[in-house]
Structures are given as structure tokens and as C-alpha cells.
Design a protein around this ligand. Structure first.
Ligand code: BES
Ligand code: MN
Ligand code: ZN
Length: 490
């Protein structure tokens, strides 16, 4: 859940090792060099660490891996975890090392001795990212995870360096909670309420209700939610940490709390996965939370379109024509291509109201992106090479997979309609690209824009680099890094 496991940073005290309960972890380089805490662990455990280093198992171990010595002699701990870690490990490798430790520890107390290694705060972030469980709907009381202690050099400085990193981890946990939540719990109303609660963090949160959306002319967005009993909403979250005159970065999220496909009903098999179809909105919410928690000196506005796509007597029919807020008309030939209808109006509204310096939308938009890129990379589409390069660099620095895809006139031509300005589907070939082309029709030429198709990465059925199976929180780290690198005033 959103609450991070308690983590404390204390100044190295090797004499505390013998009596430490729970698990203890020390670091050994792949070349077999033991640092000071590892030497102490070795001495207490009567040479067990040195014997491990001599073993075949160790020679095959890779940097980032954890090898456990269970019930070690000479210490009170239930396990001695040896973290094999290269001295030159970069931030991604340090974070993944933290993930590996958290995975091994489960819920047991853990004390990690980092000695004089740099980057303890990044290992801590990795542990926090992985240390996540979604057990709200389990009736049996789960074991509460015990505390994590990091024994390090300059503990006060490390704790200060860790604070913004742990804020980002908390943002990712918030995203995962939203994405994992079933649709009968996370209705549009409940979603908006959870965002409204973030006002306590200093965000300004506005909820635009259906009458206001109708007044604004957001008919493509409203057409998606009109078959549902849950009211459609747009939520605007503003973080003003930068200079008053700086135009904001706008983050826009698809928040379809459940996607049945509407009248173009999806097949039953796997339809339950469509509870994650608000993943884009979830990432926007998590990123805004992270920025507020770490008090980022930047102006960022998050806008999410919250709707439910249901069939009913009042639902949109295939063939219906609706007018967007921009004024362009859309022939809805498939009601299951609904995400783009939601985003079209929110993108337009964001530009009209905020004149953003740049704009990024996130959406679980197409099944086709999963066919193309699997679960390893989000699809990245952009009208601006510099901005796109900045984002790809941020994603790479944080270890979140992102791969650029093309745009082009020939793809746009696939959206021609006989009776309206465009249709909402361009056929099967290049399905993710024609979806992006649809969105681009609602982006002004001078607005640097990125569209992230996160259908393959928002929720995954196996463990990922930073998360246990289920919602991943993909994107919170990359967006936070992009803001830190490109949009902060000091
Ligand atoms: N929400 C889906 C896309 C999706 C599929 C997300 C699988 C996550 C996992 C989207 O609204 C959708 O239904 N897209 C259709 C578009 C088609 C009708 C042109 C699709 O991908 O099949
Ligand atoms: Mn759909
Ligand atoms: Zn959808």
C-alpha cells in the first residue's frame, strides 16, 4: 500500500551486528573483496563468507544478486544475505540491488550494512519500490512488514539524500494502489476523491463534473461515459513549485476505470484485466504525488479524464458522430477505441487553459503496442525530437523501458471518414500508430508533445524490475526525472 515500510538510517555500528535480529545484509564485490562490514560478518560467522567467495556458486554470481546464508553461526540473525555488487554499479544497478534485497527479505526485519559505499540512498529507494503488497481485499490479516535499517557512513546526509527518492517510491506505490484496485471500488467518484485528498500535500485539486464538461463541449469524452452509472469527471491537479511566470508541463492521463468495450463489447476472456485501463491517470496521479512530496521547484499540472466504458440503452452506438471540444467531428466506428476519445478533449482543454510549455499523455491505449513491444517498453510517440530525446534519456536513467515509434501522414490518412472529420479507428495495421495520429489531431503544432502507450507496462502478470506482479507504477520515476532535469528552476 501507499505507506512505505519504515526505513531508518543509522551511523555504522559494527558491534551491533552480532546481536541484530531478523536478516542482516552485507556487500561483497564480484571480485570477492569484502568491505569492513562483510569482514566483520565473516569473522562472526567463523569464515562462512570467505568460504562462499571461494565457491563455484559465487564465481557464477552476477552483480546485483543476493546469496543467502541461513541461520549463520555466531550471530543472532536468522539469515545473512550477501549482496554481490560491483563497485562501479550505476544508479539503475544500485536500485535493482535494493529490489533484490527486498524480494529476499519478504516481511522480516532487515539491517543492511553499506560500509563506505556510495549510493546507499539509491539502494534504499530500490528496497522501497519493491516492498509493496496489495492486500486490502484479503480477509486474513497479513504480517505487517518489519522495519528496514541501513547502517551507513554519514547517516544524516544519506537520509537527506534518500528523502526525495523515497517520495518518488511513494508516488509509484500510489499509482500501483489505484491500478490494482477493482472497478467496483475505484469508481470515477472514488478516484476523484483519492486525488482530492492530495490537497493536503499542497496540490490544488479541482474536480470538473459532467455539467461543466458539457458546457465546455467535451462531447467525445462524455460519449464514452454515457452508458455508465458512474459520472464522468475531469480532475485537474496543479503543483506550483516553480516561478509564477513559467508555463507548466502538462501531464494527461487516460482514466477509464473499466473498459468493457461498450457496445463493441470485448470478449469475456481476460476482460477482468480492463480494471487497469485507468493506468495512465494512475501514473499522472503518482507523479504529481511524488512532485508534491519532494516539493519540486517546478510547475506541473496533471489532468485526468475519468470515465467508465459500459454498454447500456444510453451507450454510444458504433456509427454515432460526436463533436469534440476542439470542434472536429468524430465518427465512432468502434466504441472500444474509447481512450483516444477521452484524451482528445482533455488534451485540447489542457492547451486552451494552461498553454503548457510541453505536454505528455499516458494511456493504456492499444493492445497493438503489446504485440509490438511486449511488456518491456512503453511506446513513445512525439512531434518534437528534442523533447522526445529528453524523455527517453530520463527513462533510460531510471531503468524504465521506453521505445520511440513513428508518426506520419500516411498513418493519419487511415483515419479518414466518409461522413465526419475523422473516424476513431484506422484499421488493424499500425494500430498503435493510428491511435497516436488520432491524438495528434488534438495537439497544436507548437506544443511539444509526447504520447506514451503504456498498455504493455502498466500492469504485468509477473515480477518486473521494480515491482511484484500486478501494477508496476511504470513511468513515475521517468516523469519525475524529466521534471528534475528539464523543468526545475534551480
Ligand atoms: N484499453 C484498451 C487497450 C488495452 C488492451 C489496454 C490490452 C491494456 C491491455 C483500449 O481501449 C482498446 O480497447 N483498444 C482497442 C482498439 C481497437 C478497437 C482499435 C484494441 O487495442 O483492441
Ligand atoms: Mn477499449
Ligand atoms: Zn481502453
Amino acid at each position: 500500500m501507499t505507506h512505505l515500510t519504515p526505513m531508518s538510517f543509522v551511523e555504522t555500528d559494527l558491534d551491533a551486528m552480532a546481536a541484530a535480529t531478523g536478516r542482516i545484509a552485507v556487500i561483497v564485490s564480484p571480485d570477492g573483496t569484502l568491505d569492513q562490514p562483510a569482514r566483520r560478518a565473516n569473522r562472526l560467522a567463523k569464515g562462512a563468507v570467505a568460504r562462499l567467495v571461494e565457491s563455484d556458486k559465487f564465481s557464477k554470481a552476477k552483480s546485483g544478486q543476493v546469496i543467502t546464508l541461513a541461520w549463520p553461526a555466531g550471530m543472532a540473525a536468522e539469515a545473512l544475505d550477501i549482496l554481490v555488487l560491483d563497485k562501479k554499479a550505476d544508479a539503475v544497478a544500485l536500485r535493482k540491488a535494493g529490489v533484490a534485497l527486498a524480494k529476499v527479505r519478504g516481511t522480516s526485519a532487515l539491517t543492511l550494512w553499506t560500509g563506505s559505499r556510495k549510493g546507499a540512498e539509491v539502494i534504499a529507494q530500490g528496497m522501497a519500490l519493491r516492498d509493496y503488497r496489495f492486500d486490502d481485499h484479503k480477509s486474513a490479516e497479513a504480517d505487517a512488514p518489519e522495519a528496514i535499517t541501513i547502517q551507513c557512513k554519514d547517516a544524516t546526509a544519506i537520509e537527506a539524500a534518500a528523502a526525495p527518492l523515497l517520495a518518488v517510491a511513494e508516488g509509484a506505490h500510489f499509482t500501483r494502489d489505484l491500478v490494482n484496485e477493482p472497478a467496483n471500488v475505484l469508481t470515477t467518484t472514488e478516484f476523484a476523491a483519492r486525488l482530492k485528498e492530495m490537497e493536503s500535500l499542497g496540490l490544488d485539486v479541482e474536480i470538473l463534473e459532467e455539467d461543466v464538461l458539457a458546457e465546455l463541449g467535451m462531447r467525445t469524452l462524455l460519449s464514452v461515459g454515457q452508458g455508465s452509472d458512474s459520472p464522468s469527471k475531469v480532475v485537474v491537479m496543479q503543483w506550483r513549485g516553480g516561478a509564477a511566470e513559467d508555463a507548466p508541463l502538462a501531464l494527461i492521463g487516460k482514466g477509464v476505470v473499466f473498459d468493457t468495450g461498450g457496445i463493441s463489447l470485448k470478449p469475456a476472456g481476460g476482460m477482468e484485466d480492463m480494471t487497469m485501463d485507468m493506468g495512465g491517470a494512475g501514473v499522472v496521479a503518482g507523479a504529481m504525488r511524488a512532485l508534491a512530496l519532494r516539493k519540486a521547484p517546478a510547475n506541473v499540472v496533471g489532468l485526468v479524464g475519468l470515465v467508465e466504458n459500459m454498454p447500456s440503452g444510453n451507450a454510444t452506438r458504433p456509427g454515432d458522430v460526436v463533436t469534440s471540444m476542439k470542434g472536429d467531428t468524430v465518427e465512432i466506428i468502434n466504441t472500444d477505441a474509447e481512450g483516444r476519445l477521452v484524451l482528445a478533449d482533455v488534451l485540447w482543454y489542457a492547451q486552451e487553459r494552461f498553454e503548457p510549455a510541453a505536454m505528455i499523455d499516458l494511456a493504456t491505449l492499444t493492445g497493438a503496442i503489446i504485440i509490438g513491444l511486449g511488456h518491456e517498453n512503453a511506446g513513445v510517440f512525439s512531434n518534437n525530437d528534442t523533447f522526445c530525446g529528453d524523455f527517453l534519456a530520463a527513462a533510460a536513467a531510471e531503468g524504465e523501458g521506453a521505445w520511440r515509434m513513428p508518426l506520419g501522414q500516411a498513418y493519419d490518412d487511415q483515419l479518414k471518414s466518409r461522413i465526419a472529420d475523422m473516424k476513431n479507428v484506422g484499421g488493424r495495421p499500425g494500430g498503435s500508430i493510428t491511435a497516436a495520429q488520432f491524438l495528434q489531431r488534438f495537439v497544436k503544432d507548437d506544443t511539444p508533445w509526447i504520447h506514451l502507450d503504456i498498455a504493455g507496462v502498466a500492469s504485468v502478470k509477473s515480477d518486473t524490475a521494480y515491482a511484484p506482479k500486478g501494477a508496476t507504477g511504470w513511468g513515475v520515476l521517468a516523469l519525475n526525472r524529466l521534471v528534475a532535469d528539464q523543468f526545475e528552476s534551480d
